[in-house]
Design a protein around this ligand. Structure first.
Ligand SMILES: Nc1ncnc2c1ncn2[C@@H]1O[C@H](COP(=O)(O)OP(=O)(O)OP(=O)(O)O)[C@@H](O)[C@H]1O
Length: 847
């Protein structure tokens, strides 16, 4: 029967609606999915593009999707190194998806965001928490160094906090290996975090510059301000080379001061090894614990122990096989660290399984851990010369608290104050981590020890319970772990503060610009304590301009004044009033960056790309400014002015190259040494033939204003693009110049020519009396690229980086696999289990 007219119309309408819906989906501008990941929301913005929170469609695990340009060599670098790391305190790279234009990295989601932001909210981090977080950070660097990799851009912004508040090192865009080249010369990192030898453009030992940066990080964590930070970039550099950090004895203890002083030794050789750092008394038991565990992990991984050997892994593999998965392919992907959709799925599934395992067997591992910690508490703890309260070992305290709570059957007698304290403790990331490790949740779920304590409790008279109940939580020594009690407030009134050191290196109270002055009584005397005041800062960074000065061809000078003149909109006053500038990571590619070199290697169609290099900034735009600021007579170089600088800032990661030669070599240098790199020769030839700097020869001022419009990014972003990132959040203040990460790639410094490079005329000292003259007189000295000389291996190296292709399920995009031949030996089992951390991981995300 023919449908009625009405029915026909209804059918038509229905078809039209479906059609429109589908069309709407096709024409949506918003990204909805990438590979197997469904985009949920934007969680950040990198120098190249947005960073998304996404959900893995098969496992529903949340990840972060970070996009990068296929043309950006640093993305290759980042992926190459990052995928090799398998360590608790390094964000895991699950999968790499290469689309037509972009490289997408599926990373472990860290809802705690950056340590930088955490510091902003806290103003400064209490010492015990610093010990714990810093131990984790050092552990991550120790692990990377053990794999012969240097990070070269260690800073607060590159340390994320996971849901447990654990530190996670990330952003390996500047990383390189040091196995083939012990001495480097690439100027690289963020200025305020840069070691003196980098500032002076001396050939440097990669590991040592990381150690310096750790010193800056620790200082900033404790003080909430940066040790060497001036409005003017050159002043900052001068200070890095010539000044010493000023310690605020209201915030730091003698041990912390000792550790920072060692880390910030001007002479790289005098800096301690990371083993020594982890064993330093300031890090209490955390450092040595992490050292032990990390060494075990490294040993196991270096022995190439196989994946899929744990019970959990075997069970998961079996399940997958039964479901019809090609488990051989999965094993292959995982063992070869392909970071393709198979290994990505495997790791996400495994994490989910671990979470389920913990739920099935609640707290078993935690109980075991707590036993260890209980026994640890019997060992004599390192005594701090400082306030005992503030240095009370967190883990021990937690364990003690657990024991006490077990004795008194905490489940039944838990007092509201205890609960509130535990809530308080959860606020801090370290506490979170501690609770997850130790006993924070132990009272909620029955475990062996709770059962035991219940048993003994039942044997007792009810009076004993009442007695326990009446125990004041504040009398519990474990309460000392409460960071809030060891906060700045308590420290202020501590009569046991380390006295000011003789000389002007240490001050009793550092007058901070823009800080609130509060009164506190110390030993009966009234002491003026100046707390940092949060205030919004002007994001006044400009891109770096290549400029050869007497400092060599160091090129990352910022001229902030034009920016200040242009008048950035100032941020609103923040809640807690601390003025902080968020250092922005920028990679400024200044000259002859042969991005196309890499594009071709990643090209999905296999064609050699002819994309142009996108950067090269003219270099002589701010000589006047430089001259002014480098004058030794400029105030700010003495200690009094040191005291007046207070603001910590979010640093701007900039990868800038000084000269054509340097840049060319840098782009290749980063890769020709590593096994997955494409043929350096090909790369360089193409770079030279296709180089165009038309895009990037913007004068600094115009660059700056461009950036200003965007608020927060250098126009030539780290990924070689115009800035896309708006910084609308509170920023660690930066007095004027947003500090910047710089990578000025080494012009292939070889050990052979180390002597040449170390010659004084090439590496002038910042405190040289002639520095002004040099700045005025020395024109830019473009270096002629001598690629063969710079890269002696250039002809001998085979094409090492091959791309495989596999269809990334769930989308029409293609996922590229890296050549297996270039992969590091398969690394072993799950160190999370060994660390006793991840086996109880709960992957439910905070948001
Ligand atoms: N794993 C992650 N979990 C949660 N948020 C993240 C993660 N990775 C990045 N983000 C967010 O995205 C922002 C930008 O990421 P990231 O700094 O890694 O980008 P980038 O391009 O490397 O930037 P830059 O070059 O300036 O360091 C971060 O500030 C952070 O807020």
């Amino acid at each position: 029967m023919f449908p009625s007219r009405l029915e026909q119309n209804q059918l038509k309408a229905s078809i039209a609606a479906s059609y429109n819906k589908l069309y709407g989906q096709f024409s949506l501008n918003e990204l909805q999915e990438v590979g197997n990941y469904r985009i949920l929301k934007i969680v950040g913005e990198g120098s190249f593009g947005k960073v998304y929170l996404a959900s893995h469609r098969l496992t529903h695990q949340k990840v972060v999707l970070k996009m990068g340009s296929k043309n950006d060599p640093n993305v290759v670098r980042e992926v190459f190194y990052h995928r090799q790391f398998d360590y608790t305190y390094i964000t895991r790279l699950y999968e790499v998806i290469v689309t037509e234009n972009y490289v997408w990295m599926a990373l472990e989601y860290c809802p705690g965001k950056e340590l930088y932001e955490y510091l902003l909210t806290k103003k400064h981090i209490p010492l015990p928490e610093c010990s714990q977080l810093f131990s984790q950070i050092v552990g991550a660097v120790y692990y990377a160094h053990s794999m012969k990799c240097v990070h070269r851009d260690l800073k607060l912004e590159n340390i994320l906090l996971d849901k447990k508040g654990q530190a996670k090192l990330t952003d390996f865009g500047f990383t390189r290996e040091c196995a083939t080249k012990g001495i480097l010369e690439t100027v690289c990192g963020t200025t305020v975090y840069m070691a003196p030898e980098l500032i002076e453009r001396k050939p440097y030992e990669g590991y040592k510059i990381d150690i310096w940066s750790l010193g800056i990080i620790l200082y900033t964590m404790i003080h909430g301000t940066m040790p060497f930070d001036e409005e003017d970039e050159l002043k900052t550099k001068y200070k890095i080379v010539n000044s010493f950090p000023v310690f605020d004895c209201n915030l730091i203890n003698a041990e912390g001061e000792d550790l920072i002083t060692k880390l910030l030794q001007k002479d790289p050789q005098q800096r301690p090894s990371l083993t020594q750092v982890l064993q330093h008394p300031f890090l209490q038991s955390y450092g040595s614990d992490i050292l032990d565990k990390t060494e075990k992990i490294i040993k196991r991984q270096s022995h190439g122990s196989k994946n899929f050997h744990t019970k959990l892994e075997r069970r998961l593999l079996k399940k997958l096989k039964q479901t019809g998965f090609d488990t051989q392919s999965i094993k292959h992907s995982v063992n070869k660290k392909k970071c393709d959709n198979l290994s990505g799925m495997w790791h996400l599934l495994l994490e989910k399984e671990k979470r389920c395992e913990v739920l099935r067997h609640p707290r078993r591992s935690r109980s075991v851990l707590s036993v260890k910690k209980v026994f640890d508490t019997t060992a004599p703890s390192r005594k701090s010369t400082d306030d005992n309260k503030s240095n009370y070992p967190l883990s021990k305290a937690t364990s003690l608290k657990r024991i006490i709570s077990m004795k008194s059957d905490s489940a039944s007698i838990r007092q509201p104050t205890n609960l509130s304290q535990s809530k308080e403790a959860k606020k801090g990331p370290s506490q979170n981590a501690e609770l997850s490790n130790g006993g924070g949740k132990s009272s909620k779920k029955p475990n062996f020890f709770n059962k035991m304590s219940n048993f003994f409790k039942n044997k007792k008279q009810t009076g004993s319970s009442a007695e326990s109940r009446s125990t004041s939580p504040t009398s519990d020594p474990a309460d000392k772990r409460n960071h809030n009690k060891i906060s700045f407030e308590s420290r202020k009134s501590s009569p046991q503060r380390s006295p000011p050191r003789p000389g002007n290196k240490t001050t009793k109270s550092v007058p901070h610009l823009g800080h609130n002055v509060t009164d506190a009584k110390e030993g009966g005397a009234k002491l003026k304590i100046e707390e940092p005041v949060l205030k919004k800062f002007k994001s006044n960074s400009s891109s770096e301009v290549s400029r050869q000065t007497s400092l060599g061809n160091y090129d990352s000078e910022l001229d902030h004044r034009p920016l200040a003149v242009t008048g950035l909109p100032s941020f609103d006053e923040s809640k807690n009033g601390v003025q902080k500038v968020r250092p922005i990571s920028i990679l400024s590619q200044q000259s002859e960056i042969s991005n196309d070199t890499y594009n071709s290697e990643y090209s999905t169609d296999g064609n050699v790309s002819n994309s142009k290099a996108n950067s090269s900034l003219s270099s002589n735009t701010n000589k006047t400014a430089s001259n002014v600021v480098l004058s030794p007579n400029v105030d700010g170089y003495d200690n009094s002015s040191l005291q007046s600088r207070i603001t910590a800032k979010r640093s701007m990661s900039i990868m800038s190259s000084a000269s054509s030669a340097s840049e060319k070599s840098s782009r290749t240098d980063s890769f020709y040494d590593i096994s997955t790199a494409s043929s350096p020769k090909t790369m360089d030839l193409r770079a030279m033939s296709t180089y165009s700097n038309s895009d990037t020869t913007l004068p600094r001022v115009s660059v700056g204003s461009h950036w200003l419009a965007k608020r927060g990014r250098s126009p030539v972003g780290r990924r070689g693009r115009l800035p896309q990132r708006n910084i609308s959040r509170k920023l660690l203040n930066h007095s004027s110049s947003a500090a910047q990460s710089v990578i000025q790639e080494e012009s292939s410094f070889d050990d052979d020519n180390a002597g040449d490079l170390a010659e004084p005329d090439i590496v002038p000292q910042l405190d040289s009396p002639d520095i002004m003259k040099e700045l005025n007189d020395t024109p830019s000295k473009p270096q002629t690229p001598n690629l063969e000389a710079e890269h002696p291996l250039i002809d001998r190296r085979p094409i090492l980086f091959e791309m495989g292709r596999s269809l990334s399920g769930g989308s029409s995009r293609w996922s590229h696999n890296f050549s297996e031949d270039q992969l590091p030996p398969p690394r072993g089992d799950d160190e999370h289990l060994e660390l006793g951390i991840a086996d109880d991981e709960d992957n439910s995300l905070e948001d």
